[in-house]
Design a protein around this ligand. Sequence first.
Ligand code: ADP
Length: 260
Amino acid sequence: GLDHHWEMHVCRARGGARIVHLIDRTGQDAAERMRVDFVANASHELRTPLASILGYIETLADEAGADEQVRGRFLKIMLNESLRMQRLVEDLISLSRIEAEKFRPLDGEVDLGGLIGEVRSELSRETIRLDIAADVPPVSGDRAQLSQLLHNLIGNAVKYGRAGAPVTVRLWCDPAGNVRVSVTDEGEGIPPEHIPRLTERFYRVDDGRSRAAGGTGLGLAIVKHIVERHRGRLEIASIVGTGTTVTVILPAQGSTVIKR
Ligand code: ADP
């Protein structure tokens, strides 16, 4: 046809080869495009570790007498690939659950200061510092979801922060009465052109780095959905070479909107 719309994607395969995907976008609207992409990306993310596990199983089955050391090494790789698939499946389940609960009312009262303390001990990292204001009232929210939000943000700050550098979690009320939580790292930072896209599913600034750190590419998409369910707002401020601060702004308890 005359108005065919092709989109090209290049990704790197094992051994440095490039794979080029050509996708025919003709007639797709933005929402459909996103859904099609999501299914394609999720399948691809699962297929890669699965292919690797199958390859190692076949090799081990062929070489029944393979020496102990080789076998141990293969098993370790298979374990890591399986864990990667597990993290991905868990994140996919979280994402669909949060989306399904989008319109369910928030019936809980959550003390964020207490929750931040809990998440800190679950992560058991010495480098996580807390700065919790004393006068912050509880927010209306879903405790499990807010815990996941904190895990994802603090997890990113640890993953992308400089090794051993502090990560600071702050909680305070702003002058308009909104509740704010911020997570600051001293990491490599994020170039500004990437910031608007970080909450897209599977969007990564540095693919290799995210994967090496065990990232699924879904963490901030999950955060965005949780923030939306809580009628909040997400702000990401970053300076390359210095670090990143991600701030979640939530309406004060009893309010359904963020006040200016
Ligand atoms: P991932 O599982 O890859 O960490 P996320 O959705 O949590 O996925 O984040 C998307 C991308 O945003 C990451 O791959 C990374 O490039 C970037 N990113 C997120 N948080 C930070 C941070 N604190 N510092 C630098 N880059 C970050």
